[in-house]
Design a protein around this ligand. Structure first.
Ligand SMILES: Nc1ncnc2c1ncn2[C@@H]1O[C@H](COP(=O)(O)OP(=O)(O)OP(=O)(O)O)[C@@H](O)[C@H]1O
Length: 617
């Protein structure tokens, strides 16, 4: 390997598996064109065909290279075969003698996407170990599988290095690419789709990674479908089969070593300075090549002997598939995960704790922000005293505490979005259920949100000098904890629905802003119009602020202060503060409402993730 020399040729491989056979016949995909384009030219077609009758197959132990110029449809084909495309896919696909179904495919196949969606604060080993826990039901097989993948991908010197992100220094782009490949290899799939696995790698590393993939395919029988842009000659020699496409149509499918002979037979000749693969890619380049050459390649293909052989093979595979025309694709299927729900929850919780503790953006930055805010509140509203003249100052301190502590929860969004992209990748590969993800997310957030609330409460409570008493302090902490937890839960929902940071922040800020308006501060609830007043019932702020006020003022009497403006000639009962604002003494109702909101936001987030986050493009 490039960076060390492990024993790569162990006789017993933890990745040992049998391979799968996947065949596809006349796969086509159409993209509906915009209504605008159709109105401009009513004669123009209403769809654009991005894949046109593409057929092929991959057998156990084979490397199929899917190649073509940029925009030719390589990724679309990979997505169509891997069930990751939102558009309808025409044609038939047979997997191991049965009609390919989504869950059937997920159970045996993995997909390495072009983007590296990994948690930056985890080390290489932790990342691969986590993947092994999701994918391998046999716990005793996991350490060997992880070690083998680390060696195969030349990651031994970096196994304890963090992946890295904007805030944490870590691996190079090429090393991260290898970890992404390793996350799926560790599952020992029978079939693996790799979308541009060598992008970002230098030529030597690309060669070694491909050599190892080739070796795995040969020794374990794993079938591999790989898209590549412009491989070197050495890498190209590793292909068993080549599928060359241009403008979504097949230009060649067959043994890779016969491809150049085929193009020679069409009357093209290779310039002496070009390698075979450079030459073929140039011939079929629909953007920078000669149009008539590309058209000739596409037109000649269906009439060729290779196309006839391919059709023959594909039809043979379909003939052995009993349910091909029986609508098997519409069968109701249950997704079977390799690990149990409990194992998924434990692994996700442990990973979430690590991510929370190590991620400066999640824990330390937020602790610093809440500490600063608490100190600010404490210093401004410092030790207000017992006079009736400061009742309103206590009120504003509690408004500020409630509104801004909740508001600052938007800062958790970047970390949630990083988790979301990892979730999409892992869910699309059948790693775990949404239920386990949301449950784990709830479990690992409880201690850190509680500590955040406890720290902020301690500083604020004693600096401002809120009404003394252990019970009151406990209620204050519990109320702040639940309020922050509702806000975090809302952020879980926002990050599930809105994957764009700035839009998510805007949505969170706008919602919190609206909730602050109707929470009952500064204006008595009764004076807010009925048509907008109801919003308070869905706003955590309303329940939270009521509890803060009731907790502070119930059963209290405030000293008269005849010399202030306005003067208070008599002692004042604390209850008058929240009663004047139309708020009631219903602490338990407030707590139950906040808990219900936490449950509601998380369940809706789970439903959304289940229905709409399937990793399809
Ligand atoms: N969902 C979609 N809607 C509209 N057009 C699409 C969609 N998906 C793919 N296309 C178009 O289909 C063509 C093929 O895209 P695809 O990403 O498959 O090409 P590619 O060969 O993988 O390109 P590259 O090597 O640059 O990644 C492109 O013209 C692309 O714009």
């Amino acid at each position: 390997m490039t960076e060390n020399s492990p024993d790569l040729h162990r006789s017993t491989s933890a990745l040992a598996t049998s391979g799968s056979t996947l065949s596809w016949n006349a796969v086509s995909v159409d993209v509906p064109l915009s209504k605008k384009a159709a109105t401009r030219d009513p004669e123009s077609p209403s769809v654009k065909r991005i894949l046109n009758n593409v057929s092929g197959y991959v057998k156990p132990g084979q490397l199929l290279f899917c190649m073509g110029p940029s925009g030719s449809g390589k990724s679309s084909l990979l997505d169509a075969l891997a069930d990751r495309i939102k558009l309808p896919v025409q044609g038939t696909q047979v997997l191991d003698g049965k009609v390919k179904t989504a869950h059937g495919l997920k159970a045996i196949a993995k997909y390495v996407q072009q983007t590296d969606d990994l948690l930056g604060v985890l080390t290489v080993r932790e990342t691969l170990q986590t993947a092994a826990e999701f994918y391998l039901s046999d716990a005793s097989a996991r350490p060997n599988a992880v070690d083998e993948v680390i060696d195969i991908l030349g990651l031994r010197p970096h196994e304890h290095t963090k992946i890295g992100n904007a805030l944490v220094r870590g691996l190079s782009g090429g090393q991260i690419r290898r970890v992404s490949i390793g996350c799926e290899l560790v599952a020992a799939p029978k079939l693996i789709f790799l979308d541009e696995p060598t992008s970002g790698l230098d030529s030597a590393t690309a060669f070694h990674v491909m050599t190892e993939l080739k070796r795995i395919a040969k020794t374990t029988g794993m079938s591999m479908i790989i898209t590549l842009h412009q491989p070197s000659e050495l890498v190209f020699e590793m292909a068993d089969t080549l599928l060359l496409i241009s403008s979504g149509s097949t230009c060649y499918f067959g043994p890779a070593h016969e491809a150049s002979k085929y193009f020679h037979s069409l009357g093209f000749s290779k310039p002496s300075k070009s390698s075979d693969i450079e030459w073929m890619l140039e011939l079929v380049n629909q953007d920078f090549g000669r149009l008539e050459t590309v058209e000739k390649c596409i037109r000649s293909w269906p009439r060729s002997e290779h196309a006839a052989n391919l059709q023959h093979e594909v039809e043979d595979m379909e003939a052995s598939c009993a349910d091909l025309h029986g609508g098997a694709g519409k069968r109701m299927e249950r997704m079977n995960y390799a690990s149990s729900f409990l194992q998924q929850t434990i692994t996700l919780t442990r990973r979430g704790v690590l991510n929370t503790i190590r991620n400066p953006a999640v824990l330390w930055l937020r602790f610093a922000m809440y500490l600063m805010l608490s100190l600010m509140i404490g210093l401004v509203w410092l030790r207000l005293g017992n006079s009736a003249s400061v009742l309103n100052d206590y009120n504003t301190a509690l408004f500020y505490t409630c509104a801004f502590m909740i508001f600052m929860s938007v800062s958790v969004l970047p970390a949630y979005l990083e988790e979301r992209s990892v979730l999409v990748r892992e869910r699309a590969n059948g790693a775990y259920s949404v239920g386990a993800y949301i449950l784990a997310h709830t479990l690992y957030e409880i201690p850190y949100v509680f500590l955040l609330a406890l720290m902020a409460s301690s500083v604020t409570y004693w600096m401002v000098g809120l009404t003394a008493g252990a019970k009151r302090f406990f209620i204050f902490v519990a109320n702040l904890f639940l309020s922050l937890f509702v806000a975090e839960s809302m952020m879980v929902l926002i990050s599930a629905v809105i994957p764009i940071l700035i839009v998510g922040i805007a949505a969170g800020a706008m919602t919190f802003g609206l909730f602050m308006c109707v929470m009952g501060a500064f204006i008595s609830i009764d004076r807010i119009g009925w048509w907008i007043r109801w919003i308070r019932y869905v706003a955590a702020h309303f329940y939270s602020y009521s509890t803060f006020l009731v907790n502070q003022f119930r059963d209290t009497t405030w000293e008269a202060s005849p010399d202030t403006f306005p003067p208070f000639l008599e002692p004042v009962a604390g209850e008058s503060v929240y009663r004047a604002q139309g708020l009631e003494e219903r602490l338990w109702v407030n707590f139950v409402a906040l808990i219900a909101m936490i449950v509601f936001y998380r369940i809706v987030a789970a439903i959304w993730l289940q229905l709409f986050l399937k990793g399809k493009r």
